[in-house]
Design a protein around this ligand. Structure first.
Ligand code: ATP
Ligand code: MG
Length: 268
């Protein structure tokens, strides 16, 4: 169970097609990902580093099923695309993979109370009775370090860090196998970002103890320190390709690719 491969990305390529001059205008095809392969084992946190525009978010979106791709993405041995064809398959995959994004304020509906926001995924997936759902909300709130009384508040009554905690709780409500975090701490100020990173670390231990799946995560970031602090392994991306990957310590000690060397400040 421990070393089982949870996410397997095999030879994935992706491109964006746009028509900037209307439906009869010329198609513009922009290739973004080229033959990407990577794996994440259950319980592991993989950091995805790379310069702005190299395709990190696009890869995250492929894994979340938001963007078309060529190649294969397996989650828990199941093909993301095949499962995604029917509505039930889509719901099934949505339960397995959840995401946390950069701007927590934009991710939360401002007119709804936190309790309603957190209950929503359970309602969509028709999970549990009302009492069970309320119990789960309280449990997730305390797991992300917030008092259960927060469920009566609205998003504007929370700080940025607290909002991000709610987004994380919301992503974890359905007990997903994989969490994709796309720049989840990049918009937060340094001390709050450190708290959220600490929370991810705590969740690793506490989620399993609370009867959930262990935290497996793709942690997309351009923040070297955050990735170094949190991740077991790192994959470095440049211009749509993975140029280097390995254990965090190993990569830090002996980076091979010129970009990684520059990133870690090792020259020559
Ligand atoms: N919907 C879209 N249509 C067309 N091009 C897009 C679209 N989304 C992204 N791109 C382009 O694809 C490339 C990769 O974008 P992506 O968002 O994956 O980069 P990123 O590595 O996440 O960058 P950042 O670190 O700034 O978030 C960029 O050149 C971007 O301009
Ligand atoms: Mg991005």
């Amino acid at each position: 169970m421990e070393n089982e491969i949870l996410l397997s990305v095999r030879g994935v390529s992706s491109r964006y097609i746009s028509r900037p001059y209307g439906v009869f205008g010329r198609k513009i095809v922009k290739p973004v990902l080229f033959d990407i392969s990577l794996e994440i084992r259950r319980g592991e946190i993989l950091g995805l580093l790379g310069p702005s525009g190299c395709g990190k978010s696009t890869l995250g979106k492929c894994i979340l099923g938001l963007v078309d791709y060529e190649g294969e993405i397996l989650i828990g041995g199941l093909d993301r695309r095949l499962e995604g064809r029917k509505r039930r398959g889509k719901l099934f995959m949505a339960k397995k993979v959840q995401a946390v994004f950069q701007n927590p304020a934009a991710s939360l509906n401002p007119v709804k109370r936190i309790g309603t926001i957190l209950e929503e995924p359970l309602l969509i997936h028709k999970t549990g009775t009302r009492a069970e759902r309320l119990r789960r909300i309280d449990r997730m709130l305390s797991l992300v370090g917030l008092d259960p009384s927060y469920k009566k508040r609205r998003p504007h009554e929370l700080s940025g860090g607290q909002k991000q905690r709610i987004c994380i709780a919301s992503a974890l409500m359905l007990n997903p196998s994989l969490l994709v975090s796309d720049e989840a701490v990049s918009a937060l100020d340094v001390s709050v970002a450190a708290q959220i990173l600490g929370l991810f670390r705590e969740l690793r231990e506490n989620l399993e103890a609370a009867g959930g799946e262990s935290l497996t995560m793709l942690f997309i970031s351009h923040n070297l320190n955050a990735v170094y602090y949190l991740c077991d392994r790192i994959a470095v991306m440049k211009e749509g390709r993975i140029v280097e990957s390995g254990d965090t310590e190993e990569l830090y000690r002996d980076p091979q690719h010129p970009y990684t060397r520059a990133l870690f400040g090792v020259w020559g």
